[in-house]
Write a protein that binds this ligand. Structure first.
Ligand code: MEV
Length: 400
């Protein structure tokens, strides 16, 4: 997937126990040796990963480059494989926090993480439908032809084993007296996007079938775009930590575990706390997604919408103390892909994928969820013991 078949993609990576006390160049040498990075990939990372000409091809009106530190977190074990995690982030303590928490989770057997099938949803909004109930039936009756029309819009995706899988119809009624419009129909096209993030594929399909949906319903197609609430493309990560591994400073492991459980319940009861709890999760996920060239805004949007799916905003992860262990679980949408976009255009992104050893989009999603769970653990452990500021300061003293 990373374009280099000589690299250990599926295998456990050679152990890198510590990168502390080394220069950035020496750290890169160690990571590159372990992961089989080429000299060109190392040079790309050392130079910021992106040349001005490639940048100019990516977006409009380019005037320069904007760099971030790229760090590597250690000790993460996901589905029995040790992983190095490339992280692009400016916030101190995130990389060290992930490495520490990953070590604690490894003491409990590592993180188990499972991605669902890569099903994305595209929406077609239909206005002024004369008879919404009858129109919904007509659309569902035309399901097979609509799926075929979607597939015809992306033969390459079908060739790769993906394609349109389902058609759903939703009726959206006025939300209240101030709502200026009558009922509208929304058609969902459910598409298996395989290794892609999938936005281009499903947007194209929505635009392609919209005229047929207008004909079937007698309505007028308005928006034709994916939903970032990718709730058919989720990932679930689970991990356990022996209580003793949570001890910190003068705080006993069991007390820290009880504090983490209380922090979880706080977030489950209070959206003000849930927002911050989830921000800690995204500290890790966004840093990995940025390093690996993903649309992290899409994953953020999907994560926050998913966190509010019950009608109230809540935490994406939950922690409980059970049978002498602290157990954590995180479930969220994860729309990531390894083809197209920055993955093709950005040499630093390709090198970061090499560091991770990403075996495919599902693998990247599974690691991202594990990173979110571990990053959350790092923050809650600090908060439930000496506090986040004291932890930051200790790290800085050690660096200085
Ligand atoms: C800071 O970037 C993240 C935290 O606020 C997360 C949390 O409170 O759980 C420490």
């Amino acid at each position: 997937m990373t374009g280099d078949s000589s690299r250990p993609g599926g295998a456990d990576v050679p152990v890198v126990e510590s990168l502390r006390g080394l220069s950035p160049a020496e750290r890169l040498r160690r990571v590159a040796a372990g992961r089989g990075l080429s000299a060109a990939e190392c040079a790309a990372l050392a130079a910021g990963g992106l040349g001005i000409d490639d940048a100019d091809r990516l977006i409009e009106n380019v005037v320069g480059l904007h760099a971030l530190p790229l760090g590597v977190a250690l000790h993460l074990v996901v589905n029995g494989r040790r992983r190095l995690v490339p992280m692009a982030i400016e916030e101190p303590s995130v990389v060290a926090g992930l490495s520490n928490a990953a070590k604690m989770l490894a003491a409990g057997g590592g993180v188990e993480s499972t991605a669902s099938a890569p099903l994305m949803i595209s929406q077609v909004q239909l206005m002024d439908v004369p008879d919404p109930e009858a129109a919904a039936r007509v659309v569902l009756d035309a399901r097979v032809a609509l799926l075929a029309a979607c597939d015809a819009a992306d033969p390459a995706l079908v060739g790769a084993g993906g394609g349109a899988r389902d058609v759903q119809v939703r009726r959206l009624d006025p939300a209240g007296p101030g709502d200026p419009l009558g009922p509208m129909l929304v058609v969902h096209l459910v598409v298996d996007v395989r290794e892609a993030m999938g936005a281009n594929a499903v947007n194209t399909m929505a635009e392609r079938v919209a005229p047929e949906l207008e004909r079937l319903t007698g309505g007028r197609a308005c928006l034709r775009i994916l939903t970032n609430l990718a709730d058919r493309r989720t990932v679930a990560a689970r991990g356990r930590v022996p209580l003793g591994a949570l001890a910190r400073g003068g705080f006993a492991g069991e007390d820290v575990a009880r504090g983490i459980e209380a922090a979880s319940v706080f977030a489950e009861r209070d959206p003000y706390r849930a927002a911050t709890h989830n921000k800690g999760i995204f500290n890790g996920i966004d840093a990995l997604l940025l390093a690996t060239g993903q649309d992290w805004r899409a994953v953020e949007a999907g994560g926050h919408a998913f966190a509010a799916r019950g009608g109230r905003y809540g935490p994406l992860s939950v922690w409980r103390v059970r049978a002498g262990m602290l157990e954590g679980e995180l479930t969220m949408p994860m729309a990531v892909g390894l083809i197209g976009g920055a993955v093709r255009a950005h040499a630093g992104v390709r090198a970061a994928l090499g560091i991770l050893g990403a075996a495919g989009a599902a693998d990247l999603a599974e690691v991202a969820a594990a990173v979110g769970l571990a990053q959350n653990l790092a923050a809650l452990r600090a908060l439930a013991s000496e506090g986040i500021q004291a932890g930051h300061m200790r790290l800085h003293r050690r660096k200085g």
